[in-house]
Design a protein around this ligand. Structure first.
Ligand SMILES: [Zn+2]
Length: 161
């Protein structure tokens, strides 16, 4: 059963095409509606490609084919500036306060499934903000990252592609 999905395009994006080598997960620290409000405010200068609510509802804020402003100074796969090559997906809320819900995890897997094979992703193509910007960012809670990564391995298997 697919989760509800809708679009609210954020002004905080570059309409240049970018490489979609994988995905960087975040938590937004705010509720779903509050986060969307922040993404729609040009003054915030932040955006994610997709935001996932506790009930699994997804809001698309930046098209996959454009650059969202989610990572800042960051490094992954031996490269700097993750915004240039990773999609940004955020879970609404704070994973240190409230664990990821079952629907949130399932919705993230559904979002990944639409891209995994077409874009040639494997488990080595997903990361989170804590890992790409160590010392500067702490999302996700490591325990919640472990749950997410275990769910990804179970769903997609350990081999790439
Ligand atoms: Zn983040």
């Amino acid at each position: 059963m697919p989760f509800r999905e809708f679009e609210r395009l954020s002004p905080n994006r570059d309409e240049t095409a970018h490489e979609r080598l994988g995905v960087l997960f975040h938590h937004s620290g705010l509720g779903f509606d509050e986060t969307i409000g922040r993404m729609l405010d040009p003054a915030s200068r932040v955006s994610y490609h997709c935001l996932i609510d506790g009930d699994g509802t997804r809001c698309t804020l930046v098209p996959d084919t454009q650059v969202a402003w989610h990572a800042g100074a960051s490094q992954f796969m031996g490269r700097e500036r993750c915004n240039d090559f990773l999609l940004g997906v955020a879970f609404a809320g704070d994973t240190y306060q409230v664990p990821l819900s079952g629907p949130q995890l399932a919705s993230a897997l559904e979002w990944l499934a639409a891209r995994w094979a077409p874009l040639g992703w494997g488990p080595d193509r997903i990361t989170d903000h804590r890992q790409t910007s160590p010392g500067r960012k702490r999302d996700l809670n490591p325990a919640e990252w472990d749950r997410l990564f275990a769910a990804v391995l179970e769903h997609f298997g350990r081999c790439s592609h």
